[in-house]
Design a protein around this ligand. Structure first.
Ligand code: WT7
Length: 654
């Protein structure tokens, strides 16, 4: 290992033991390099196609890609039926662990197949056909995964809305996708308490009034709390799905048939419905899961701690693991319920071998202290993964040492909702890993760090001053988004206009190269914040704030935070008649407003009432300067400000 001046290794090569058994070898890079499209054709063959494809990629209408042209495939068949047909029906697909201790359930692949068929039959009875949209607003219960797979089986697009989102956020997503059915639960457990969820669905639908596209609401009983009920529209899962037939013949869909929509924050207040399609998405989900996590379906117990409300849950709880036929843990609750031992207990209980989580949680564990981990037997772990934001080297080392006994590889995986699956990551068993770097693009993937004009940056020095640039994806990839629901123009503008002449996708992240040509992703350089790995746009929060009657104007920035990566800091100007209101009360009201409009995760850490906002002569708010203020730094260049003195007042408000 190469050591840094502080005596800790700066790079971790794979152990010979791990390398000897790893799925990936260095030859994978060579193979992809030699013929990229042939390489992807081979990866697609890991799946079972009803009709073979005739062309790997059609990029003639860029940036609208077609992958595996002419191929027909059923995603649910690939995630469930084929494992049963191969004789693995008795293998546990899901070790489900409820939030209340002792509330657990094992589901085999054979049982999962029956459940998915039942749900598919029920959805068909409700009148859904291929191309329709269903909103799924559920906690981490097995039925949520069943619901997603049932949609996939029917060619119906699911739009999973994180159950932590508000009724108002749900309403906007139902409306944009024109979802005909909403699948939900009566309530969800949150730190030992049952809280309502169905009531939020009703509120969302009511908000749509006459225009509501929702014909039915299918409700899973989870907490047994009381729910409001609309006869005729609302149906219980246990009275419909549970009684449906377990026979259902899957139909194959075109490789480019849309599989799902997933809404994510962009730089405006309106979330984007990211469209993913069938063959390419499943190919890359399955391929990356197999090689990056070195999956051995016969012996591994995989655990991705994400929620199905985010893309990580889609790709590494549902489609990746299930397409590979592995056994996985799905946990319903939060890491601290009933206490901070929970994740360690779950790892111990199921013998988890591969654990995939987010840096913000690793930093939380660090805060709780390593003694906690040392009380548990974590020796089953053989590989660790990280995703969601740049991982600081200290957290990376702590993770490897405390979780991994200083033996396990750690893979830092860079990707996005839009990329659908992992793009940049070390391959365990092949690549050296440097703490804090996602290393290099996977075989078959092409990424570059470039300057303003699209020139590739030079290789950086380890600790010197390195140039930073834009992270771009310069070649199409199978799991790439195919557009934004209902807004092809926004798709072009958002991702393909920055380097339009080159035909590159701009990811929105800044990055640099390290001394060995590896990539260091530095985070978003647009107006998107990353709060505990959750993506929230400054514009969304601003629009929630100005929705309050007292607020005339608002500016929001993400400031560095030790725990959550970034924290939301808001600066608001009050309308004249509100200037008299008790400031503390107003700040409380505003935080509640954001929580109600978006989600509690979007609540600002700080709200400052200011007399003015710093603006350029053209009226643009200078967020860079607000970030300086929020992070307590000396101000950067203020020469383009109309009135530099506004900062005296802003600082006084802090
Ligand atoms: C943004 C995408 C990918 C699933 C979860 C987030 C940041 C993600 C890393 C990483 C540095 C990362 C980027 C990216 N990000 N993973 N390993 N290193 N940054 O998906 O909500 O679409 O957010 O998360 O800024 O653009 P998302």
């Amino acid at each position: 290992m190469t050591e840094t001046h502080t005596g800790v290794p700066s790079s971790y090569p794979p152990s010979p033991e791990f390398a000897a058994q790893s799925n990936a070898t260095a030859a994978l890079y060579d193979e992809a390099e030699a013929d990229r499209l042939a390489f992807w054709a081979k990866q697609a063959q890991r799946l079972s196609w009803a009709t073979p494809f005739t062309e790997v990629l059609d990029w003639s209408e860029a940036p609208f890609a077609k992958w595996f042209v002419g191929g027909k495939i059923n995603v649910a068949y690939n995630c469930v039926d084929r494992h049963v047909e191969a004789g693995n029906g008795d293998r546990v697909a899901i070790h489900w662990e409820g939030e209340p201790v002792g509330d657990a359930r094992d589901i085999t692949y054979a049982e999962l197949k029956d459940e998915v068929c039942r749900a598919a039959n029920t959805l068909t009875e409700l009148g859904l056909t291929a191309g329709d949209r269903v909103a799924i607003y559920m906690p981490m219960v097995p039925e949520a995964i069943v619901a997603m797979l049932a949609c996939a089986r029917l060619g119906v697009l699911h739009s999973v809305v994180f159950a932590g989102f508000s009724a108002s956020a749900l309403r906007a997503r139902i409306d944009d996708a024109k979802a005909k059915v909403v699948i939900t639960t009566d309530g969800q457990f949150r730190r030992g308490k049952a809280v309502s969820l169905k009531a939020g669905v009703d509120e969302a639908i009511e908000g749509l009034g006459e225009d509501s596209p929702v014909e039915h609401v299918l409700v899973v009983r989870r907490t047994e709390i009381d729910v409001p009920w609309t006869e005729g529209r609302d149906l219980w899962w246990h009275e419909t799905v549970a009684k449906a037939d377990t026979e259902h013949t899957p139909k194959a869909f075109d490789s480019e048939h849309p599989l799902f929509l997933l809404y994510t924050s962009g730089t405006t207040g309106k979330p984007k419905g990211i469209i993913h399609t069938t063959g390419g998405y499943l190919t890359q989900a399955s391929y990356t899961h197999h090689y990056v996590f070195d999956i051995k379906p016969e012996s591994d117990v995989f655990w991705c701690t994400a929620d199905i409300g985010w893309v990580t849950g889609h790709t590494y709880i549902v489609y990746g693991p299930l397409s590979n036929g592995v056994t996985q843990v799905v946990y319903e609750g939060t890491p601290a319920s009933p206490d901070e031992h929970r994740h360690f207990q779950v790892i111990e209980k199921y013998g988890v071998t591969i654990y995939y989580t987010a840096p913000t949680l690793i930093r939380t564990f660090m805060k709780w202290g390593r003694e906690l981990a040392f009380e548990h037997d974590l020796s089953s772990l053989r590989l660790l993964g990280s995703v969601g934001e740049p991982i600081n080297p200290e957290a990376w080392r702590w993770y490897r040492l405390v979780f991994g006994g200083d033996r396990t590889p750690v893979v830092d995986t860079w990707w996005q909702t839009e990329t659908g699956a992992i793009m940049i990551s070390p391959l365990p068993g092949v690549s050296d890993a440097k703490p804090g770097s996602a290393m290099r693009a996977l075989p078959g993937i092409s990424a570059k760090v470039v300057d303003d004009d699209g020139n590739e940056l030079g290789i950086g020095a380890e600790h010197g001053e390195q140039a930073t640039g834009y992270l771009v994806l310069d070649k199409p990839w199978p799991a790439m988004l195919r557009g934004i629901w209902g807004d092809p123009e926004r798709y072009q503008d958002t991702y393909w206009s920055r380097f339009a002449d080159k035909g590159w996708y701009f990811a929105g992240d800044g990055a640099r190269y390290g001394s060995d040509g590896e990539t260091w992703v530095l985070g978003r350089i647009d107006d998107v914040m990353n709060i505990s790995g959750h993506r929230i746009s400054t514009a969304e929060v601003e629009s929630a704030l100005v929705g309050h009657t007292g607020v005339a104007e608002a500016a929001v920035v993400g400031a560095t935070d030790d725990q959550t990566g970034q924290a939301i800091c808001a600066f608001v100007i009050l309308k004249a008649h509100h200037a008299e209101t008790e400031p503390d009360k107003l700040v409380d009201d505003l935080r509640a407003e954001v929580s109600k409009e978006i989600s509690p995760i979007a609540k600002p850490r700080e709200i400052h009432i200011v007399p003015e906002l710093p603006k350029t002569r053209s009226g643009k708010i200078m967020r860079r300067l607000l970030r300086d203020v929020a992070e307590g730094r000396e101000l950067g260049d203020t020469s383009t400000l109309v009135d530099p003195s506004v900062f005296e007042a802003i600082r006084a408000s802090k």
